[in-house]
Ligand binder design. Sequence first.
Ligand code: AMP
Length: 113
Amino acid sequence: MNTIFHKIINKEIPSQIEYEDDNFIVIHDISPQAPIHLLIIPKIFIATINDISNNQLYIMSQMLKIVQILAVKLQVDQTGYRLIMNCNPDGGQTVYYIHMHFLAGKQLNSHFG
Ligand code: AMP
C-alpha cells in the first residue's frame, strides 16, 4: 500500500507542514474547507480506523495531544475547532491512511452529510 500520505511523510512530494515530530506530521489540506484545515497524520501506517489494533490505540491519545498543541499555537483553543475522521466510502474517506481533520477559523455549520 502506498498512498499520497506515504509520499508526503517521505518528502517525495511537497506539502505545507504545520508541525512534525518523530511520530506525526501535520499538513495543510490541499483543498481547505475552512480558513484553517489541517490533517494530522501518524507516521505509522494504518489504513482505516477499523485497522487500529489494541496496542496501537495509544496513537489516538497522541493525536489528541497534538490537537491541543495546535489549538493553542493557532490561537483557536477558545474560539473552537472541529475534528473529523472519515472511515471507508460512506464516511467519505478518500485517502486510505488514517488521518484527523482539524478545522477552525470560522463558525462551522452544524450539518452532517
Ligand atoms: P479523507 O476524505 O478524509 O480521506 O481526506 C483526505 C484529505 O486529503 C482531503 O481533504 C484532501 O483534500 C486531502 N489531500 C489529498 N491530497 C493532498 C495533498 N497532496 N496535500 C494535502 N492534502 C491532500
